[in-house]
Design a protein around this ligand. Structure first.
Ligand code: HEM
Length: 449
């Protein structure tokens, strides 16, 4: 079993769930682990009994870079931070970030030349990093600084790549070249983030300039006792938002391009929707409701390739689950990848069929069957941000160009913290007819009815 798990954790988990049932013990030496794949059991862990569980062993390894950030903090401290940060992700605030999402995607498209080949995964990673950087810091971060953040995050992810196979991450105190490079990049990143935060805090005190970005909101937030976040805590939250909010959305878009590239009929239907709804205008947040097929494509990409393919908890006390005794310290493994392939709810589960989402399927499904953003009180705080970004970015790209796949075979997947394609995902840029007569800019949008 162990060999099967290390060689192919996702395939192994899927087979276990299908063949052995809703709760399966995995014999991982030194790390007792239970895989659960029944929506009611998942609801018990993530929602009803959530206070009996903490984040799992692997997620906790991220504290060395995220400190006390929202993704890894626990208990009362996490509750206080979540309450303070929630308003920054309110849908009214997301609408304000929508413009950044479209402007940055258009800038990416402008740089693409007709007929050239691009690595879609790399391009989407740059794009979503720029979007989250601008949403966080507005004009307070230069392109060069955003590149530094991107490089540091890539190094960080590299460190956790092998994490599932061995469960081991070498201590940073070891004098290896990789550890040295990691420490240096983290130190540079700290200087950059703390510098931006300190400058902004001073500007706020001096009422020198008004900003309207996420950092501004986080600086102004107070808990019930009127306390504000320290600069160190703000650094941890900024790092968390960079890490949690960039690669996940980039992967969603990357897999959309792959899936559409293999399905000309779905691509044509997407183009038809964009041409009808937008009629040559630049997409904006008010269009979201009408872009139903675009949203169905995003959902189907999240279903087949959930970027957060695995969610983990650890029992913080002896308890029971599904009639079995769970000892303190047991790792509980929940996989959206498995849930999204449940044949009872998704007939033809391995096939890309965006139209399955068009007749209200999402509302009809039992809870914890489709769960790309997790669930319970620790559900993704950036959920609405991510969906707005994914729909607007896909609409902006597909309105202007086709990305023709160089290789239509399904990519080999690397299940680390996120579900990455193994190599580059190459595609050839083909500008659409409509794009030859330039898309009208946001300011030339006709008044909406
Ligand atoms: C398609 C894109 C995304 C996916 C699939 C995704 C998925 C998830 C999942 C599954 C969790 C829950 C983890 C757990 O329960 O252990 C989570 C948590 C989180 N996500 Fe996302 N996420 C996405 C985008 C974003 C964005 C854009 C942001 C911020 C800008 C973000 C920020 C966070 C944070 C801060 C948490 C921790 C919340 C807490 O514990 O209170 N995510 N995400």
């Amino acid at each position: 079993m162990l060999r099967g798990f290390i060689g192919d954790p996702m395939g192994f988990a899927l087979r276990c769930a299908r063949e052995k049932g809703a709760i399966v013990e995995l014999p991982i030496p030194g790390l007792p682990t239970v895989l659960i794949s029944d929506p009611a059991l998942i609801e018990q862990v993530l929602l009803k009994d959530h206070e009996l569980y903490v984040k799992d062993h692997f997620t906790r390894l991220l504290t060395e870079v995220l400190g006390q950030g929202l993704l890894v903090s626990e208990g009362d401290f996490w509750r206080r931070q979540r309450r303070m940060m929630q308003p920054a992700f309110h849908h009214k605030r997301i609408a304000a970030y929508a413009r950044i999402m479209v402007v940055e995607t258009r800038a990416m498209c402008d740089a693409f030349r007709d007929g050239e080949e691009r690595d879609v995964h790399a391009e989407m990673m740059h794009l979503t990093l720029r979007i989250v950087a601008r949403a966080l810091f507005g004009a307070g971060i230069s392109d060069a600084q955003a590149k530094l953040v991107e490089a540091a995050i890539a190094t960080m992810m590299q460190r956790y790549l092998g994490i599932l196979g061995s469960g081991l991450v070498l201590p940073l105190s070891l004098p290896t070249p990789a550890a040295r490079r990691f420490r240096r990049q983290m130190a540079e990143l700290d200087i950059l983030l703390l510098g931006i935060i300190e400058r902004r805090r001073s500007a706020l005190h001096a009422e020198a300039e008004a900003s309207d970005d996420l950092l501004d909101m986080l600086l102004k937030m107070q808990d019930e006792d009127g306390a504000r976040m320290s600069n160190a805590q703000l650094r941890d939250e900024c790092m968390t938002l960079f890490l949690a909010g960039h690669e996940t959305t980039a992967l969603t878009l990357t897999y959309c391009v792959h899936l559409l590239g293999k399905d000309p009929a779905a691509e044509a239907r997407l183009h038809q929707e964009l041409d009808t709804v937008l009629a040559g205008r630049v997409p904006q947040v008010d269009d979201l409701q009408q872009l139903v097929f675009t949203r169905a494509v995003i959902n189907e990409s999240l279903r087949l390739y959930p970027p957060a393919w695995s969610i983990g908890r650890e029992a913080s006390t002896d308890t029971s689950l599904g009639g079995y005794r769970i000892r303190k310290g047991t790792q509980i493994w929940i996989s959206p990848y498995i849930m999204h392939r449940d044949l009872a709810h998704f007939p033809d589960a391995e096939t890309f069929r965006p139209e399955r989402w068009l007749d209200g399927l999402e509302k009809e499904l039992p809870r914890y069957v489709f769960m790309p953003f997790g669930g319970g009180p620790r559900i993704c705080i950036g959920n609405a941000f991510a969906l707005t970004e994914a729909v607007l970015a896909l609409a902006t790209i597909a309105q202007r160009m086709r990305l023709r796949l160089v290789d239509t075979r399904d990519p080999e997947l690397v299940p680390t913290i996120t579900l990455r394609p193994k190599g580059p995902l190459r595609a050839c840029v083909e500008r659409r007819e409509a794009d030859r007569h330039e898309t009208r800019g946001q300011d030339s949008n006709p008044p909406r009815r």
